[in-house]
Ligand binder design. Structure first.
Ligand SMILES: Nc1ncnc2c1ncn2[C@@H]1O[C@H](COP(=O)(O)OP(=O)(O)OP(=O)(O)O)[C@@H](O)[C@H]1O
Ligand SMILES: Cc1ncc(CO)c(N)n1
Length: 269
């Protein structure tokens, strides 16, 4: 009997289905893995923004995590929205006991600028969470918030990665999706462990249906690590996956539509 690799997401729910837990589980399925979830917060969210957010108690997060890990086990873990200092500390503590690869997406704000992490949680992200990561995947706003490094040109991404690596993750994957066109060649990300450097380059897609890019990239990365890829192999595969999902993004609601997490199954684009 075939048992697929087991991948756990620790993240917030996006009622609109484009980002968060929903994006993670769809991406994990699309990549041939068994997705599982620890819900940290529930958001009322759609294509227009985040209308409300409610955090779960630390005890509920701990209990979900133990239920999954103690019986089923995990081949990789991915974290997303963690909401508060208490939950960041709780999750960091839980991850310290995990031997499988961990992808930390230090989610700060949504595409619409709604806060998904309390400013008071930044110290715990720097001091506890990032050190548990096999790969940390900040976008440029998160890099600025966490390290003070402002990336304006592709070359600045090296300084950003070095500053993130100071907090202890094994690898940093700096997402350059927010770099203004003209300041980068296509959509470029930098993966480095401080020794090796891999520039992940994809075509830029400027359709506006980009809700969930970060969650999709981090989940695809976790799924490929669960399948036994090395970090550079997994990152290249994840970049290819998110690029296809972006190209196939579709209109939904009156605002920013989602990337298509299932684009490969649908044969698009
Ligand atoms: N317009 C685009 N065209 C092609 N690739 C893009 C585009 N925007 C982002 N990407 C890619 O998508 C991935 C996610 O990057 P991005 O910087 O958007 O993350 P994010 O801001 O964390 O996403 P989210 O808003 O979901 O949190 C990266 O691989 C990035 O290069
Ligand atoms: C719940 C949730 N997690 C992550 C993101 C990423 O932007 C989002 N919009 N919503």
């Amino acid at each position: 009997m075939h048992t697929p690799p087991r991948v756990l997401t620790v993240a917030g729910s996006d009622s609109g289905g484009g980002a968060g837990i929903q994006a993670d589980l769809k991406t994990m399925l699309a990549l041939g893995t068994h997705g599982m979830s620890v819900v940290t917060a529930v958001t009322a969210q759609n294509s227009l923004g985040v209308q409300g957010a409610w955090e779960l108690p630390a005890e509920a997060v701990r209990a979900q995590f133990r239920s999954v890990v103690d019986d089923i086990g995990v081949d990789a873990v991915k974290t997303g929205m963690l909401s508060s200092a208490v939950l960041v500390e709780t999750v960091a503590e839980l991850l310290a006991g995990v031997r499988a690869p961990v992808v930390v997406d230090p989610v700060g704000v949504s595409k619409h600028g709604d806060a998904l992490l309390a400013p008071t949680a930044l110290d715990a992200v720097r001091g506890a969470l990032l050190a548990t990561a096999t790969v940390a995947t900040p976008n440029l706003d998160e890099v600025a918030q966490l390290t003070g490094v402002r990336v304006e040109e592709e070359a600045d991404m090296r300084r950003a990665a070095a500053a993130i690596l100071e907090f202890g993750p094994r690898w940093a994957l700096i997402k350059g999706g927010h770099l203004a066109a003209g300041h980068a060649e296509g959509a470029v990300d930098l993966l480095t462990d401080g020794t090796e450097e891999h520039w992940l380059r994809g075509p830029r897609h400027d359709n506006r249906h980009t809700h969930g890019t970060g969650c999709t990239l981090a989940s695809a990365l976790a799924a490929r690590l669960a399948k036994g890829d090395t970090v550079p192999q997994a990152a290249a595969a994840a970049k290819e996956y998110v690029t296809g999902a972006l190209a196939a993004g579709f209109r939904l609601g009156a605002g920013i539509g989602p990337v298509d997490h299932g684009w490969r199954r649908r044969g698009t684009p």
